[in-house]
Write a new protein. Sequence first.
Length: 750
Amino acid sequence: MPPSHSPKRPAGAICMKTGVERGMITTLAVVALLLVLLALPGFPSDHVPVVWPHGVASLCSAAVLVAAVPSATVGRQDPARGWLWTSVVAYVALLGLEPFQLRDPLPAGSTPWLLSLCLVAFGAVAVAASSPIRAGAVCAGLDAALAAVYAGRIPVSHSIIDAVGLGLLAAGLIAGVRVLRTRADRADQSELTAQLLFEDQRRQTAIEAERVQTDALLHDSVLAALLAAAGHEAPGRATSMAQSALDVISDADQHPVMQPSSVPLGAVLAAVEQDFARLRRNADIDLTPAADTELPVETANALVSATLQALTNSIEHGGPSARRSAVAVRLDRGGIRIVITDDGAGFDIDTVDQERLGVRVSILERVRMAGASAEIRSAPGRGTTVVLEWHPTGPEQPMTRRTPVLRIGLIPRQQLYRVLAALISVAILTAVSETVLFSRAVGPVIAAVIGLLILPALLRGARTGTMHERTAWAIAAGGVLLCCTATIGLDPTAVDCVSIYWYTCGVLAGAVMVWMSGHHAPPIVAVVFQVAQITLWAGPTGAIRLGLAAEIVLVIAGLMMHRAVRRVSAAADVSAARQRELTSRQADLDAFHLGRRQRLQRANNTAAPMLRHIVHQQGILDSGSRAECRILEQALRDEIRGRRLLNPAVRRVVSGLRRRGAYVQVLDDGGLDGVPSDALDTLLDDAARRLEALDSARVVIRTGQPDSDTAVTIVASTPDETAAALGLDADDEVDLWTNIPRPAGASIAG
């Protein structure tokens, strides 16, 4: 389940929204400079030459217009929007100065220089204003002021077309910035949620892995030492095991050591060579073939510990005459397999008691939590085989900062293709309309037919997102042919940027579609040919006068923005990877403190006095001490097998039952995992009160299943002594069978 606390951005994390805004401002800065450079050549012809004070002031305002935009990104993480508004004020100053120096009327075919510079002002307003309504109102005012400045100096039809076109352009800019911001903000929120989920899951995984390792450590050291002292193990052996166990649990106050990420298996084998040397008296062990294999430290430790435990179990339960071996082999692609076999007594796996922690904890769980696999095959009278395997799966793939869907959704490729396809379709219709209504020239009709022939290939590329190289070059060839025919029959002195946009915009839109499919050379060839054709047809300044240069600048701006978003995404992914690494380290530290230290400290408090007594007595104990060893071993087994079922009250009552001679099992099946700590303490206190009154020979305390309404089940029974004395089969007499319900409001898995 997702974490309940509110998202908070980690220090140093990359903010997608801020990065996108900075990318937009950087793009706008480049566009502003290019547009001013394109507009300057027409400045002398449109203005009265004697009004130089106004001209100087206009050029200074244009310089401020350009310089203020990049200043918004200098030395800050969040853009300084005040500089963007400075750019808007500079444009307003240009509008105020323009009427005092314009020719009346303007020369035929000229394009007002403030017409292209308004794109800079619109872009600055769209990025600086947080409210789309406010941005729309400011852009509408600038559009109206621009129309008023040039009213009467250019044809009315052109004024109307320019005003409507600029209004639509402003609306598109505002909407585009709004969409980018919204999507980037959603991406940031999704990343934060994903990061919190990753932190929570990584912490839980680390704690669970630490718990399994600590359980295996306690089982292999402390529990084994207590059982050895309580049984018939040689005193010397019991003494050495007790001393080793003391060394383990007295290490609870040590700080965690950050180990390397991987290690050769041989290095781990060398660290426990003494343990293997003891086992070689009863088993053939050959693990050297896999000694050079590099694998994660946790995995190597788990596999070696599981091998030791499997051999120990075989020696203890397989029979003294059984032949046993442990062999390691290296698998393809760097994996390893360790096979431990014996031909001893064997056992029925389905009947293994859950108390058999050597099988469940030291082998199965520990290996699984370390990223490997363990399989046990056995049958009565047919021996036992334990197979441990690890396969490298490449670097860990944790929850990523954001999925590819979010990246694509930031600037939706399919939607962009649709817009470009719609623009080409409008260009085709406009070319035909231009011929029918005005020019009566054959060139636009031929160009429209060529555009119709190219359009299906472009649309297929739009749907699939890919395009064959031959198709890309074929489209480029069609664009070149279109350029050769589009202006046939047209008079270059009679057209302007408004009446020829269908040709310039149509070719550029197709070039962008091919560019976005991954092919860069074909669209560059087509655009260069178009610039050359326009220059030859309309004169050296034709590309500027007819708006082609400004349109190319806008295309470059769009590609720059797309690249900026990709770079921000890449930087954000690097930042997220670093954050995941820090999270993993912190999770390991938390797991050490919340898991290992507390568990070892409790084991130290419980078992250390008896272990010291075993060492002091050199393993020779009286019957009372042996009984105490069994009780302590069971208590520690409870800590492993019945984690959530224990609190001080339950521990005290269970210890009392065992000291009275009862056999008590405490089994946690995960049914209390969703119960809050306060409710859990109340529930366990209730269970302890019910246990106190029992005088049964056998008591089982068990959690309900995770999807059950039952929290705890207590079953107490006593054997039928009369039937046992007569040698008759008889069921135990049940003294108590009670279910404690799950507290109201506690979650149920499922």
